[in-house]
Structure formats: structure tokens, C-alpha cells
Design a protein around this ligand. Structure first.
Ligand code: NAD
Length: 372
């Protein structure tokens, strides 16, 4: 089975129901490409994900470039400032952060801080008149996520959440094939996400992380269940399993497995774990299945489909753009054209509300019916 039939237009389509990014030629984009003017990103928080994954990929963007850095550590500002050619005037501490308002080279702000800081630093960026890309999970609570959306709306700026899988070609391909009926009528989704969390990090400290494996890695299972189903769940039930004698889990959960029921009848079985490795999605239907393992790595996705009693591995040609460049350019294009970005704030808020329902279900030992 090949890549045939999935053209560039299809790759640009959103994964959520009705989330279709326009691929029509746009004057603002054409002008940006022609003039070579790229919108400037300030990266806030120079931790592992920012320096190892995001910053090295910004150079691959068509519509964006790195123009500023924000960090509490002067040595990091010096090191990465020199490496990326960011002048001293464009390097900020957290105390200086609000001064980004006065820097016309900053159009976009990418918040890559611990979860508890997402709301504050996103809201302050909106108030400074900048468009915001904020890492997942959007915030510690749904209430914070709502405040972020309100702040962006008030400032008339865009807000997007760092769901890189929405720009990753294997995930896009699976969604496209599902909508084209490759498995017939989908009946079951399995989505497993987990890794062994090393002790001594903010992820295991509830005030910083907002919760355990679900906030950090289980959110991939949750978000994927929604984009694979192409609809929103109507019921959730969850079970937690945490060894409280393990010092890593003093304040957050280890395992929390959950089920989502969708209006079409599809059920998603989802795994979220901080004590074992999982990285697989599969959708089974009346005519076969399609799945990926690993499904959400930085690279090295593997994809299979089973049809007519035959299982085949599917190999896609190399992506034209990495998932990071796709994501970073998406916000830039939304800012240039005035349209809403894929994975906008509302997408993050949906997950935050579901996360709260999952925790509640586990706590109260009952299924939770969800209202639209
Ligand atoms: P990290 O611990 O490596 O980096 C966090 C950064 O925040 C560090 O530079 C740290 O100095 C800074 N910081 C500022 N104030 C801090 C404080 N009070 N306590 C701790 N750190 C503080 O974390 P990371 O892995 O880079 O994660 C950052 C964000 O990115 C998280 O929200 C995480 O969920 C997200 N993330 C996303 C992906 C993805 O694939 N989309 C992957 C990894 C991380």
C-alpha cells in the first residue's frame, strides 16, 4: 500500500471534525514568501524540549524565524544567543519578559515552560500583543485554559497549542485513510502512551505539573482518540493504579487508564503510564485495522494496515516538512492571514476538560457523562 491519493492539500487538512485549513493561494502568504520576510518567534524557557527539538527546527520554517530568547539562566541566554545569532537586545529574563511588547522583531511567542507556568506566560504574551504557541498540556486546569483563550481574544491575537502530531505525516495519513473508509466502520480505538518517569523532576510535583502521567503523556492517547474518531466523546470512565510507596508518586498518579465513548458508538481504550513504555495507536473497524507503533515519536514512526485478511506495512516518503516546522509555520500562517490556527486554544481546552472528567471518574469510581 502506498502514499497515493494523499496529496499536499490533504496533508494540510486539519484532523478535527470541520478543522480544515485553507490551502487556497493567499495573498498575504504569497507576499511573505516573495519578500522573504518571516515572522519572529521568541522561545520562552530553554529546557530540554526547546533546545533539543524546537530551536534546531525553526530554520526549516517558510514563514517563521527565531528572533528572541527568554530564560531565567543568563548562561543559557549567552550560550543559545550566540549559537542562534540572537543579539543581546533580544535576550530576556523572566523579570524583563513584558518588555517583549516593545520589540517589533517578536511576532510570535512559544511557551515551553513547566505546565504550571503556561497560563501566566501565555496571557502575558497576549497582553504584549503577541500571538502564542503554548506547549501541551495547555495549562494545569480548564479554568486557566479558558483564561488564556479570553486573553488572546481580548488582544485579538492567535493562540495555538503544541500538538505536534497534528502536523506529523503518519498521523495525518491514518486520519485520512480512516475518513476514506480503510477499516470500514470504526468500532474500537486503542491508544497507549507511557514511559518510565525518572525521579526528581517537576513532572512529579503536582503544583508544577498539574497531575501525573495523564497531563504529560496520557494526553497523547486522549488527543489521538479524538482525532482518530473524528468526533467528541460523550462518556468517560477511568481507573487509576499508583503505587503510593514509590517516592516518585507522592503527589501525582502513575497509571491512569481510561475509556471514551463516542456518539457513533466507537469506544477508545486508552493507556497512560509513568512506569512502563507504551507508544501505539490502532483503529479497528468492520473491514480491518490501521495502526502505528511507535505512533508519536520524534522520528521513526511505523505504520501497518490490515485489510482482506492481509497485514501490510506502509512506508511513506520522507516528509516535506518536519512536524515541528509544520507546527511553527501554522501559527505564522494564521497570524499572516488572520485565520484560526489548527490546534487552537479551544482544542487544548477540550482536552483539559476531558482530563478533569477522567480524574473525576477515577476518583468517584463511576462513568461521567459529558455535555457538549
Ligand atoms: P524541562 O524541565 O527540560 O524544561 C523546563 C524549562 O523551564 C527549563 O529551562 C527550566 O529552567 C525552566 N523553568 C523556569 N522556571 C522553572 C521552575 N520554577 N521549575 C522548573 N523549571 C523552570 O522540561 P521540558 O521537557 O522541556 O518541558 C517543557 C514543556 O514542554 C512542558 O509543558 C512539556 O509538557 C512540554 N513538552 C512537550 C513535548 C512535545 O513533544 N510536544 C515534549 C517534551 C516536553
Amino acid at each position: 500500500m502506498g502514499f497515493d491519493g494523499l496529496g499536499r492539500r490533504d496533508m494540510l487538512r486539519g484532523m478535527g471534525v470541520g478543522l480544515v485549513a485553507s490551502a487556497l493561494p493567499n495573498a498575504a502568504l504569497a507576499e511573505a514568501l516573495q519578500s522573504g520576510r518571516k515572522l519572529g518567534y521568541a522561545v520562552v524557557g530553554l529546557g530540554s524540549y526547546a533546545v533539543n527539538q524546537i530551536m534546531p527546527r525553526i530554520k526549516d520554517c517558510e514563514f517563521a524565524r527565531l528572533t528572541a530568547l527568554v530564560s531565567g539562566t543568563p548562561a543559557k541566554l549567552e550560550k543559545y544567543g550566540s549559537e542562534y545569532g540572537i543579539p543581546k537586545t533580544h535576550r530576556y529574563s523572566y523579570a524583563d519578559y513584558d518588555r517583549i511588547r516593545d520589540n517589533p522583531d517578536i511576532d510570535l511567542v512559544y511557551v515551553v515552560l513547566p505546565n504550571s507556568m503556561h497560563a501566566e506566560y501565555s496571557i502575558r504574551a497576549s497582553q504584549a500583543g503577541k500571538h502564542v504557541l503554548c506547549e501541551k498540556p495547555m495549562a494545569n486546569t480548564a479554568a486557566e485554559a479558558e483564561a488564556m483563550i479570553a486573553a488572546a481574544k481580548r488582544a485579538d491575537r492567535k493562540l495555538m497549542i503544541g500538538y505536534r502530531c497534528h502536523f506529523e505525516q503518519h498521523n495525518l495519513y491514518v486520519v485520512e485513510q480512516l475518513r476514506a473508509g480503510i477499516v470500514g466502520r470504526p468500532t474500537l480505538i486503542t491508544a497507549e502512551s507511557g514511559f518510565y518517569a525518572q525521579p526528581g523532576q517537576w513532572r512529579l510535583d503536582r503544583p508544577m505539573s498539574g497531575g501525573g502521567s495523564l497531563m504529560d503523556i496520557g494526553i497523547y492517547s486522549l488527543n489521538a482518540a479524538r482525532y482518530l474518531a473524528g468526533e467528541e466523546p460523550i462518556e468517560v470512565s477511568a481507573m487509576e493504579s499508583t503505587d503510593k510507596s514509590d517516592p516518585r508518586f507522592k503527589t501525582v498518579e502513575d497509571r491512569i487508564d481510561f475509556q471514551l465513548k463516542f456518539p457513533s458508538g466507537v469506544i477508545a481504550n486508552c493507556v497512560s503510564s509513568y512506569s512502563s513504555g507504551h507508544n501505539a495507536f490502532r483503529v479497528t473497524g468492520t473491514k480491518g485495522w490501521i495502526g502505528m507503533e511507535p505512533a508519536t515519536p520524534y522520528e521513526g514512526h511505523q505504520l501497518w494496515a490490515r485489510q482482506n485478511w492481509k497485514t501490510e506495512q506502509i512506508t511513506l516518503p520522507p516528509a516535506r516538512k518536519s512536524q515541528w516546522a509544520g507546527q511553527l509555520d501554522e501559527l505564522a500562517q494564521a497570524a499572516l492571514t488572520g485565520r484560526e490556527p489548527k490546534a487552537a486554544g479551544e482544542e487544548g481546552l477540550r482536552d483539559m476538560r476531558l482530563i478533569e472528567a477522567i480524574y473525576r471518574s477515577a476518583r468517584e469510581h463511576r462513568a461521567i457523562r459529558l455535555t457538549a
